[in-house]
Design a protein around this ligand. Structure first.
Ligand code: C5P
Length: 467
């Protein structure tokens, strides 16, 4: 179909369109849409099967449905391919997506692909003869509810921090009056560079929200560290929580304390005792609780997961560090203990690296760690109204978990089978049973994110009733 833009119209028509648009309080683009709709009458209902959500979004501005709108700025990094998945994830959540690509991004993915996946064409140029928008960057900056920059390269963040506006992406960001969510992605050394740290700190001061980066393998061979872009599903969930009105947040005003991950118990300065907990389930719960509006403090042992956005994350090593931070974080309304805390620590841990000796192996004396869950459950003052523990078992799951509920004195136990065959440890799925005194609910196999959402919903139901 031939394309016609406002720019291509006669000056006289443009002038009267501007006048008409101003009188009706609409943009020129919307005014043209209204005129076209009026002239084609009832046929507009069946218009454009390939772009139904564009129609919905436009209706939103003219008083119809209220589909939230995201402008996704795709920066030039290898993670740009993940931005394509992000478009899909946002659309799954009923969010209208418009893409903007930097010139460097186009070296990795094409505007055509982004256009095909998004709800409308992908914008690339500050001076775009095809754009129907007058002063395109201003309209693109205003005509959205949230701007996401993913992947955000070190260079793009530097430009943002300095207020540059020499291409469409940076001009939109400078003209924006809407929240901005940035998902950085770069080589770990670039992320650690003092200049990047300064820019990130400046952007945070300017009110920009960050998600990630995560740690893990890099595109470059044999490189790993912090710098991977957060997963598209996580970015989409965060975007939705930023777009969702406060009123629907079921845990707004609740303070939640969550422990996650393993603990590392030192043997000497270089060795430690650990376990296979990935921290994924605890992090997913923290994210879901923050998404539901809670004020979340997540105290985590050493894990390879980036901070979930809008969660206060405190990183610790040992069980005793974790206990100290839990005590600091109290009082809380709800406490969820998802950490796989080591039961024992080495009583005679070396101050120096223990050397191999002729006389055989060093004898490690073990001593019991404080049981954080039991301690908090039995508090006389400051006990959270709802205390939830986890029971990771490899056999007799329900019986062992029920006994644990009594022994620890908590209100609920989330029991899961962590035998090697279950694939739960380090995996993305979980099969859990919620045990309370007198009732056990077995949930079907779900992703850890789904378990987190379901648990948060159940907490919201319970806390709502108690309140
Ligand atoms: O006794 P067990 O380690 O199986 O109990 C598991 C539950 O207790 C989990 O909720 C875990 O976070 C918590 N726990 C704790 N402190 C410990 C041991 C376990 O908070 N020292």
């Amino acid at each position: 179909m031939a394309s016609l833009t406002v720019r291509q119209l006669d000056e006289a028509i443009k002038a009267s369109l501007r006048l008409r648009a101003a009188e009706n309080g609409r943009s020129v683009e919307d005014e043209v849409r209204v005129i076209l709709r009026e002239s084609v009458g009832a046929r507009r209902v069946t218009a454009g099967p390939q772009h139904p959500s564009v129609i919905q979004s436009r209706n939103a501005r003219s008083g119809g449905t209220t589909l939230p709108r995201v402008t996704l700025i795709i920066g030039g990094g290898i993670a740009a391919y993940k931005a394509l998945d992000l478009i899909r994830r946002l659309k799954e959540r009923g969010i209208h997506v418009r893409c903007v690509m930097t010139r460097a991004a186009q070296q990795f993915v094409t505007p055509l692909t982004a256009s095909a996946l998004a709800d409308e064409r992908c914008y690339t140029d500050l001076f775009d003869s095809q754009s129907e928008f007058d002063a395109g960057h201003i309209r693109l900056a205003r005509d959205t509810d949230l701007i996401i920059v993913a992947p955000a390269t070190a260079d793009l963040m530097a430009k943002m921090a300095q207020g540059h506006a020499d291409d469409l992406a940076t001009a939109i960001l400078l003209a924006a009056d809407k929240p901005v969510l940035v998902a950085p992605a770069m080589n770990p050394l670039m992320w650690q560079n003092a200049a990047t740290k300064r820019n990130v700190a400046q952007l945070a001061r300017d009110g920009v929200s960050f998600i990630g980066p995560d740690s893990g393998e890099m595109a470059e061979a044999n490189e790993a560290g912090v710098g991977r872009m957060s997963e598209p599903a996580e970015i989409a969930a965060t975007a939705e929580s930023m777009l969702r009105p406060q009123g629907t947040q079921r845990l707004a005003g609740k303070k939640i304390l969550i422990t996650a991950g393993p603990t590392h118990e030192p043997i000497d300065p270089v060795r430690y005792i650990a376990n296979r907990s990935s921290g994924k389930q605890g992090f997913a719960i923290a994210e879901a609780a923050a998404h539901a509006g809670a004020d979340v403090t997540l105290i985590s042992g050493p894990v390879d997961i980036g901070d979930p956005s809008r969660v206060n994350v405190i990183r610790v090593e040992s069980a005793r560090d974790m206990l100290a931070q839990v005590e600091k974080a109290l009082p809380a309304d709800i406490a969820i203990f998802a950490a796989a805390v080591a039961d024992w620590r080495v009583a005679n841990a070396g101050d120096q690296k223990i050397k191999k000796a002729q006389g055989g192996m060093p004898k490690l004396e073990l001593t019991e760690n404080p049981d954080i869950l039991a301690m908090v459950s039995k508090l006389k003052a400051n006990r959270p109204k709802l205390v939830i523990g986890f029971a990771a078992e490899t056999e007799n799951l329900i019986a062992n978990a029920t006994a644990k509920l009594k022994r620890k004195g908590c209100d609920w136990i989330v029991a899961n089978d962590v035998s090697a065959a279950s694939g739960v440890m380090g995996g993305d799925r979980n099969t859990v049973h919620i045990i309370t005194s007198g009732r056990t609910d077995s949930w079907p196999v779900m992703t850890k994110d789904q378990v987190a959402d379901a648990l948060v919903n159940r907490i919201a139901d319970t806390v709502g009733k108690k309140a």
